[in-house]
Design a protein around this ligand. Structure first.
Ligand code: SAH
Length: 381
């Protein structure tokens, strides 16, 4: 394990809530929390940490603004405020992405481009978003601007590319709303094809500016491999990947299964999921755009069956409609991937009272230095 590094921005930034602890102690801290919340259901395996818990983020976002001396700054919002803490190097972000953001800041000055002023709602550059495929090497830069007009656009892009020829695509996204969301509705591709590709568990996935994609690629493989081990899918199985996002888990599961159905509420994610299945030439998978609970009620009602359900809900966890229909559908196995042990505990309580038993609990450290905890759970009838 790497020796402990200390971040000078730790207190002001607030993004890494437990950075004050040694990495070993962070793992113990998370472990204690999982045991406290779900230990009553089953023994909890020790959390799988990272060998090198630094610079793991493949997606980096920086806000642009000015300091009191009117100098251009870029960095992160201090937690729950609108104040920008200037950050050039972050211990958990991809180093290359951070370098590109610093270059853009320097270029703004030489091109006399303005940063966006949130109060007056005037100016130009609001945020920069960089996504990098750690395995593919592809890099996407998204310039989020308050207006569409982009002075000296061509020369700016050429200057950026000459300093970072490794960038494979550049997108301008226009966000002229008073909002805490980073991205606006409209995107214009300025260079390359507007998306990057990345490999995960031997498959290729397309990542667009808005699509959700796991931010720690090393631990995502660890997590998904655990989920597949827990699912133990047979060739004749019908598998449901509920809350499937862009289809990553379902696509990985398709290799072992007879048939897979991915269910997802966000229609852009469903579009990406279909494209991802096509890129990988997968024929035994379908995607449905629906509320996962609603979909499960419908198929249970139609008398259809599922052998294995893999579920990966957002932080709010699942809901009673989903859980009730899950019980009615009665799959042999349920694999629950959770990014919030509090809602996991609530949902496991429901399933434990309704004919399922927890068989394994494995936390995985997807977000070193932060308080976030990912857990994968196996349940059988
Ligand atoms: N399994 C994916 C994404 C998990 S994130 C991955 O690992 O990449 C959770 C996903 O659940 C999001 O894509 C969100 O849009 C979706 N979602 C949220 N509520 C939902 C609901 N009620 N029904 C179906 N999908 C939902």
């Amino acid at each position: 394990m790497e020796t402990t590094k200390k971040c000078p921005h730790y207190k002001k930034c607030g993004g890494c809530q437990i950075h004050n602890l040694e990495y070993r102690d962070q793992l113990d801290f998370k472990m204690k929390k999982v045991v406290r919340l779900v230990g009553r259901f089953h023994h909890v395996e020790y959390i799988i940490g990272m060998d090198n818990p630094y610079h793991y983020r493949n997606k980096v976002q920086a806000a642009f603004g000015r300091d009191k001396q009117n100098r251009i700054i870029s960095g992160v919002y201090q937690s729950s405020t609108h104040r920008i803490v200037p950050v050039d190097e972050c211990l958990i972000e991809d180093k290359k992405a951070d370098e590109i953001i610093v270059t853009i800041r320097k270029l703004l000055k030489s091109f006399k481009l303005k940063t966006f002023d949130d109060n007056r709602m005037t100016g130009f550059l609001r945020h920069v978003l960089v996504k990098r495929g750690f395995l593919s090497g592809e890099i996407m830069v998204v310039l989020v601007t308050g207006s569409e007009e982009f002075k000296s656009k061509r020369s700016f892009i050429n200057a950026l590319l000459s300093r970072h020829p490794e960038i494979t695509t550049i997108v301008q996204n226009i966000n002229n709303k008073r909002t805490s969301l980073v991205l606006g509705q409209k995107s214009i591709v300025l260079y390359g094809d507007g998306v990057i590709k990345e490999q995960l568990c031997g498959y290729t996935f397309t990542i667009s500016p808005k699509a959700f994609y796991q931010i720690n690629p090393v631990q995502t493989e660890v997590l998904y491999n655990k989920a597949m081990e827990f699912a133990d899918i047979k060739k004749s199985d019908i598998v449901i990947d509920a809350y499937c996002g862009t289809g990553t888990i379902g696509i990985i599961a398709s290799k072992y299964a007879g048939q897979v159905v991915g269910v997802e509420l966000n229609k852009d994610a469903v579009k990406d999921a279909k494209k991802n299945a096509a890129i990988n030439n997968i024929e035994n998978i379908n995607f449905v755009c629906a509320d996962a609970g609603r979909y499960m009620v419908d198929i249970a009602y139609e008398g259809l069956k599922a052998d294995v359900v893999i579920m990966d809900p957002p932080r709010a966890g699942s809901d009673v409609r989903f859980l009730k229909s899950l019980v009615k559908l009665s799959p042999r196995k349920v694999v629950y991937i959770s990014c919030n042990p509090e809602t996991l505990a609530r949902d496991l309580m429901f399933l434990s009272k309704n004919k399922y038993k927890v068989r394994k609990i494995q936390p995985v450290d997807m977000f070193p230095h932060t308080e976030h905890i990912e857990t994968v759970v196996m349940l059988t009838k």
